[in-house]
Design a protein around this ligand. Structure first.
Ligand code: HGY
Ligand code: MN
Ligand code: MN
Ligand code: MN
Length: 400
């Protein structure tokens, strides 16, 4: 199963994955999911927002136990972020069938579309649409780097962009959603555990900084006559690091676009995207506020016009305590080890849905701690431990 998925969307040079929403690689991943579902005799469906579901039992019965994750990636992402959760869900179901478990509730495996937001700039589009956190109008306005809108991209992939929208009735039939995910950090490696349970997701957001200056000749324009937006941008990036260190948070300028983007032209526009996250809202406000203040000072100093747009924001997610404790009880009984509970700075569909349905997450040890990079890794025996833990949890939840 894993080997069939591995080559899809993998870049030959970087060995990173480029599985962006509504592209060919995405279509191949979706075909893989459908084949896995149908080969197990599961009822396969695609919901109005393009999320894929594989059902065991009657979806209409309600109180369903759902597991799964996403198959899309960031640019040059790793092999595990998302796919590990989907593959482990199918493997856990195989394990439960081998145990001849008689489920008393419907079970489903889900692949949420466009979780990384790599193409259209907004994370968790599939789960945000389903839960009504992203309106149809907002979704229709999303465009990629080539100016292709989300509706056009969906249409080109054979999906109806006018069908999208909140899916409250579907979510109301779900009793619990448990997402297994590779850990994006080293807490489990440091504690020596194979599997952990998520406690919370840090508040985090994405801000776009538009620095507008004056295009001019790189060779003939005196330094004193320049209004170079690249300088204000560069100083802002350094300020972001300082502010994050002060607040014990993280701040990243990982994406930039420059116009006209010529080697011998002083830019007219430098557009930089900030991703910032912190353990609590006050710290996040402190970091972003400090960065914005510094950016405005630098822009003023160079005669640069600055616009700052908050493109997305996810408040702190405290996972459902009862479900989290139930997972700890089940795993404690089954594996007689205490499973550590840990927070994360990474966003997830389980986080987006936590305000709508009870959700929980299981993390699998990643000895490198690296994610959103081809260096992301999880050892086979840890992945197997994750599958068995997920199987125990699903058995506990779907037979209770
Ligand atoms: O950006 C995130 O935290 C998630 O991987 N989409
Ligand atoms: Mn990710
Ligand atoms: Mn992920
Ligand atoms: Mn996620």
């Amino acid at each position: 199963m894993w080997r069939e998925l591995l080559p899809i969307g993998r870049h030959p040079d970087s060995h990173g994955y480029r599985r962006f929403a509504w592209t060919g690689a995405d279509a191949e991943c979706r075909a893989w999911f459908k084949a896995q579902a149908e080969s197990r005799g599961l009822d396969y469906e695609v919901d109005r927002n393009g999320n894929q579901w594989a059902w065991l039992g009657d979806p209409g019965a309600g109180d369903a136990v759902v597991t799964g994750s996403h198959l899309d990636s960031v640019p040059d992402g790793g092999a595990f972020d998302g796919p590990l959760g989907v593959v482990s869900s199918f493997a856990a179901l195989d394990e439960l069938r081998a145990r001849q478990v008689a489920f008393t509730k419907p079970l489903a495996i889900v692949n949420f579309g466009d979780e990384e937001g790599a193409r259209f700039g907004l994370a968790c589009v599939g789960s945000r649409l389903a839960s009504g956190q992203l309106t149809v109008d907002q979704a229709h306005k999303l465009t990629d780097g080539e100016g292709i809108s989300l509706p056009r991209a969906m249409e080109a992939a054979g999906y109806d962009p006018d069908a999208i929208g909140a899916d409250h009735e579907r979510l109301a039939r779900i009793g619990a959603f448990v997402e297994l995910h590779v850990e994006q950090g080293r807490a489990l490696d440091l504690s020596g555990d194979r599997v952990g349970i998520a406690s919370a997701i840090w508040p985090h957001g994405r801000w776009r900084f538009d620095f507008r200056g004056e295009a001019n000749h790189a060779g003939t324009t005196r330094l004193v006559d320049r209004h170079d937006p690249m300088l204000s941008y560069a100083e802002t990036v350094l300020a972001a690091r300082r502010e994050a260190e002060l607040a014990g948070a993280v701040a990243t300028f990982g994406k930039i676009s420059v116009e006209p983007n010529g080697v011998n032209a002083i830019p007219s526009l430098v557009r930089g995207w900030l991703d910032s996250r912190a353990a609590d809202q006050a710290s996040l406000d402190q970091v972003v506020g400090g960065i914005e203040k510094a950016a405005r000072e630098y822009a003023d100093a160079h005669g640069i016009a600055l616009d700052i747009v908050r493109e997305s924001f996810t408040p702190v997610v405290e996972f459902d305590h009862a479900l989290r404790d139930e997972l700890a009880r089940i795993l404690g009984e089954e594996t007689d080890i205490t499973v550590p509970v840990l927070g994360t700075g990474a966003g997830h569909d389980a986080g987006i849905l936590s305000g709508t349905i009870p959700t929980a997450m299981l993390f699998v040890r990643n000895p490198t701690g690296v994610s959103h990079s081809p260096a992301e890794f999880a050892a086979e025996d840890d992945c197997v431990a994750g599958v068995l833990a997920l199987a125990d949890v699903l058995e506990g939840l779907a037979t209770s």
